[in-house]
Design a protein around this ligand. Structure first.
Ligand code: SF4
Length: 456
């Protein structure tokens, strides 16, 4: 892969503005509380899909990472998880009958920190899910792990329950960076755990890294990247640290002067992409890396890559049911979300027998624009004839008001637009979310608000 093709400093600087990550269209900002539980049930009944992806949110973490923007509860009391699992069990018992004719193809536990749970809590939750839902024999089961508070034996335990993918939050291996973000962890232990998990049988291990953190330098971040390669993980997710202290109180602990400036952050991103590609990973979408024989790389090559709330994925064809506090569902032509506050979640499960708080029923226009954005985000290419046939429209007429927004990208050589297709140049890959904003009908009302993170 020729890495230089992804960079044009002048253009990246010109378009380095804020924009949605388009893990859904419309984005979660458009969810509203007029969407009711009856709408959710209608969405299930009207969905053509009978394959399901389950997402389970475990909100607890032992300590607060100062960069964090997730929905989490910091506690050292493991018994809090017992209470949570009781309510989660009620939610599962209430939701599962609605999905009795679905087959679960994927299960993902995210957080917070799913590995906050004890072995017996994990066993209990897996057993309950398998008892209440119909799991496919070849279900893909993945879990996010915080390597700070676990023991080696967790790998065997998860594998014995059917988990086949692990994702470890690593972020950065330099001690000074780790101290600044309040996330000190042992490099040696992470390496040993990964080797052990592979020996146990895990065939797919992902690690998360972040660039743009305090005190990161080209030198110390290179060491992190090289170590990740030594660990021989199948996938690496590389995220840009989004410093939004007005929205996330913990980020106020990160002093501005500790953070790399825009040029330094750009250099860190460039370093990461160049290093990981040199080390043999394929660059997937705008923030993932995978070995060339990994399913994600294969999906990108054959045009079947998808994007959902967890980022780039191979399994975009399932309906998604989110379970637990703050989780998001995507069922048929709808998105919906559970309550974000833990106490209110408990109260809602008890009083209303569900925790849905908001959502959106997709209009025909939402579905069409969502597909256009998905195609561009995943394939950097849009076949207008395919869209015309599928939606019975004339693309150029339908998007007559949106297409002029592409003019400056075309003038800068970032994309090609003709009567047959829209093709995004490789040097615009990092700017793809900014290009997709041209097709976002809701963008006008957000344009002057700091609601989204910057591209770099
Ligand atoms: S980054 Fe992860 S482990 Fe750290 S506080 Fe946030 S959710 Fe918890």
């Amino acid at each position: 892969m020729k890495v230089s093709q992804f960079f044009d400093n002048t253009l990246l600087n010109k378009y380095n503005t804020s924009g949605p990550r388009y893990t859904s269209y419309p984005t979660a900002l458009e969810f509203h509380d007029d969407f009711t539980h009856d709408d959710f049930i209608n969405a299930i009944e009207n969905s053509q899909n009978r394959e399901l992806s389950l997402y389970v949110h475990i909100p607890f973490c032992h300590t607060l990472c100062y960069y964090c923007g997730c929905n989490k509860v910091i506690t050292r009391h493991r018994d809090k998880a017992d209470t949570y699992l009781e309510y989660l069990a009620q939610e599962i018992a209430l939701q599962a009958p609605l999905f009795k004719d679905y087959t679960v193809k994927q299960l993902h536990w995210g957080g917070g920190t799913p590995s906050f749970l004890t072995h017996s809590q994990i066993t209990k939750l897996v057993s309950l899910l398998k008892e209440k839902f119909n799991f496919s024999d070849n279900v893909e089961m993945s879990i996010e792990i915080d390597p700070r508070e676990i023991e080696m034996g967790l790998a065997e335990h998860l594998y014995s329950l059917g988990f086949n993918r692990l994702s470890l939050g690593v972020q950065d291996l330099d001690l000074k960076v780790q101290q600044a973000i309040n996330r000190v962890q042992s490099t040696e232990f992470i390496g040993d755990f990964i080797a052990h998990a592979k020996a146990v049988g895990f065939k797919s291990i992902n690690i998360d890294l972040i660039y743009g953190l305090p005190h990161q330098t080209l030198d110390n971040f290179t060491k992190t990247l090289v170590k990740a390669h030594e660990w021989d993980v199948e996938r690496i997710s590389l995220f840009s640290y989004a410093h939004l202290p007005s929205r996330f109180a913990a980020q106020r602990k990160l002093r501005d002067e500790w953070l790399p400036n825009v040029e330094e952050k750009f250099a860190l991103m460039k370093l990461a992409i160049e290093t990981l590609c040199d080390l043999g990973y394929d660059f997937i979408g705008m923030d993932h890396f995978a070995k060339p024989n990994d399913e994600l790389a294969i999906a990108q090559n054959n045009g079947s890559l998808h994007r959902n709330f967890q980022g780039y994925t191979t399994g975009g064809d399932c309906d998604l049911l989110g379970l637990g506090v703050s989780s998001i569902s995507s069922i048929g032509n709808s998105f919906s979300q559970n309550i974000k506050d833990l106490k209110e979640y408990y109260q809602a499960i008890t009083e209303k027998q569900h925790a849905l708080i908001k959502g959106v029923s997709l209009s025909k226009d939402d579905i069409l624009r969502g597909e256009v954005i998905q195609e561009l985000m995943c394939n950097l290419y849009l076949d207008k004839h395919m869209i015309n046939e599928k939606y019975r429209i004339n693309f150029d007429e339908y998007f007559a008001e949106d297409l002029p927004l592409l003019t400056s990208f075309i003038d800068d050589g970032l994309l090609e637009n003709n009567e047959n297709y829209i093709k995004v140049a490789q040097k615009a890959r990092l700017l793809i979310r900014i290009i997709c904003m041209s097709f976002d009908a809701y963008m006008k009302k957000h344009i002057n608000q700091q609601r989204f993170s910057r591209v770099i």
